[in-house]
Write a protein of this length. Structure first.
Length: 409
C-alpha cells in the first residue's frame, strides 16, 4: 500500500484549517492529543432511506472503492475516507448520507496534511476565510414547548407503570435563527475548544460535539461507550465531587444506565466477543454521566459503518424494548428526529472508523440562517417531568454557547 498523492502540507492551527471553506469535520482531543480529519469537495455522494440504510451506504462506498486504489495517509488512515451521517428512524423522511470528499485533510500537532482522497482530483484547498461576528440568536420552541415536554414525560411515566415498556428516551427541539447565514466554521471551532473530550463533527449540515462513542473499529477490534444517567456540573470541584458520588450511588440513574449498557453489549455480542467495564462517572464541561466501556473482537471483518448499524439504536437514545420504545417516543415527541441521535462519523478504505451518536447537535437548515437543535433524556419509572426538562436544558448548552454570545438560552 503506497502513500496517498500529497497535495500540500501547511503548518497552521486547527482553527485556520476549519476556516478553509466549510469542511467535513471529525475532531477530538486537546493540546498534544488534538487531532482532526477534514474533507473538501465531493468525489462521491450516496444517500439512503429505510431500515437498510446502513447496508446501502456501506455497499455504495464499497462500489466506489472498487474503482480506486487505496493508500495510507498521515496517522495510519487508509484513503479514500468517507464521512457519514444517518437518520435516527427507519421511517425518517431525512436522507442518510455518505460523502467521499475530493480532498482529505489530516490535522495533527499543528500541521495540516492534505492528500487526494479520490482519483483524478482537481479540487483545490480553499483559502482561510475571515471569521464572522457572532450575533444573538432568536431562539424559540420547536414541536414541543417546555410544558409540552413535561406532559410527554408524564405520559411516558404512565406507560412505564402499566405496560411492557421499561425505558423510553424523549427529546425536544429548539429553532435558532439569525439574520445572516451561520458561521459553521466558527461554530465548529468553539464547540471543539469547549468540548475536547467529545467528538466534534460536521457532515452535510449536521453539526455538534457528541460525548458518546457508538462504534470505533480498527481491524477486528471494536469499542463502544454507553452513557446514560446524568447530573449537572457546576465548575466547583468540591460540589461536583459530591454530585458525582450521588450519581454513582443513584438507583434511578443506575437503572437507566443499565438498559443502555446492556443494549449495546447484547447487540455487539451478535458480531463480537464482548467485555464490559463496571459503570463509572465521566465529567464533561456542563454535565456528568454514568459510563460503561464495552470492547470486543469481531468474529468476522466488518466496517465501522456496518457495526454502527448493528448497534443502532441503543437504549441510550431510544429505550427498551427497542421497537416499543421507538413507537412511543415517535408518538409523544410528535416530530421526525432526522439525523439527531443517529450514528455520525467516518470510515476509511480498510473499514476502520469511528461513529458517535449524534448528540449535543443541530441540523443547519437549507438557507443557512437557521439551525434546529435537539436534546433528550431517558425516562424510567420515577422520572420527574421538571427534572427531565432541566436535563434537556443542560444538554442544549454546548450548542447554544457555541452559537451565541449570550450566556443562556
Amino acid at each position: 500500500m503506497s502513500a496517498a498523492p500529497l497535495v500540500c502540507t501547511v503548518a497552521e492551527p486547527l482553527e485556520d484549517s476549519l476556516r478553509r471553506g466549510v469542511p467535513l469535520v471529525w475532531a477530538t482531543g486537546a493540546d498534544a492529543e488534538r487531532r482532526a480529519l477534514l474533507g473538501w469537495g465531493e468525489a462521491a455522494r450516496f444517500t439512503a432511506h429505510g431500515a437498510q440504510r446502513f447496508t446501502d451506504l456501506d455497499a455504495g462506498f464499497t462500489t466506489f472503492l472498487a474503482r480506486t486504489s487505496r493508500a495510507v495517509v498521515s496517522g495510519g488512515v487508509t484513503a479514500p475516507v468517507a464521512f457519514v451521517t444517518t437518520s435516527f428512524a427507519d421511517d425518517s423522511a431525512t436522507a442518510s448520507v455518505l460523502i467521499v470528499p475530493a480532498l482529505l485533510g489530516v490535522w495533527q500537532d499543528g500541521v495540516l496534511t492534505v492528500v487526494a482522497n479520490a482519483p483524478d482530483t482537481s479540487a483545490a484547498l480553499p483559502p482561510v476565510s475571515a471569521p464572522a461576528e457572532f450575533e444573538e440568536l432568536d431562539l424559540r420552541p420547536g414541536t414541543l414547548t417546555r410544558e409540552g415536554f413535561r406532559c410527554a414525560v408524564a405520559a411516558a411515566v404512565q406507560r412505564l407503570a402499566v405496560g411492557d415498556l421499561e425505558k423510553v428516551v424523549l427529546a425536544r427541539d429548539l429553532e435558532a435563527t439569525a439574520s445572516r447565514p451561520l458561521d459553521v466554521s466558527a461554530l465548529l471551532t468553539r464547540l471543539q475548544r469547549a468540548n475536547p473530550q467529545s467528538y466534534t463533527f460536521h457532515v452535510d449540515g449536521m453539526v455538534g460535539s457528541s460525548p458518546e462513542m457508538l462504534a470505533a473499529v480498527d481491524g477486528r477490534h471494536v469499542r463502544s461507550q454507553a452513557l446514560a444517567g446524568s447530573a449537572p456540573v457546576s465548575g466547583d470541584l468540591t460540589l461536583d465531587d459530591v454530585t458525582a458520588t450521588r450519581l454513582a450511588s443513584s438507583g434511578k440513574d443506575h437503572a437507566e444506565h443499565a438498559y443502555a449498557a446492556a443494549s449495546v453489549a447484547e447487540k455487539l455480542a451478535t458480531v463480537a466477543a464482548v467485555r464490559r467495564s463496571d459503570p463509572h462517572v465521566i465529567r464533561l464541561p456542563r454535565i456528568m454521566h454514568l459510563a460503561t466501556d464495552i470492547t470486543g473482537e469481531l468474529r468476522e471483518p466488518a466496517s465501522a459503518l456496518a457495526v454502527a448499524g448493528v448497534l443502532h439504536p441503543s437504549a441510550a437514545v431510544c429505550g427498551t424494548p427497542t421497537a416499543l420504545a421507538a413507537s412511543v417516543l415517535a408518538e409523544l415527541e410528535g416530530f421526525d428526529r432526522g439525523r439527531y441521535a443517529g450514528p455520525v462519523g467516518w470510515l476509511d478504505a480498510s473499514g476502520a472508523g469511528e461513529f458517535a451518536i449524534a448528540l449535543r447537535c443541530g441540523q443547519v437548515e437549507q438557507h443557512g440562517t437557521g439551525i434546529r437543535l435537539y436534546a433528550g433524556g431517558g425516562i424510567v419509572a420515577g422520572s420527574d417531568p421538571s427534572e427531565e426538562l432541566a436535563e434537556t436544558a443542560r444538554k442544549f448548552l454546548p450548542m447554544y454557547e457555541a452559537l451565541s454570545p449570550v450566556d443562556r438560552p
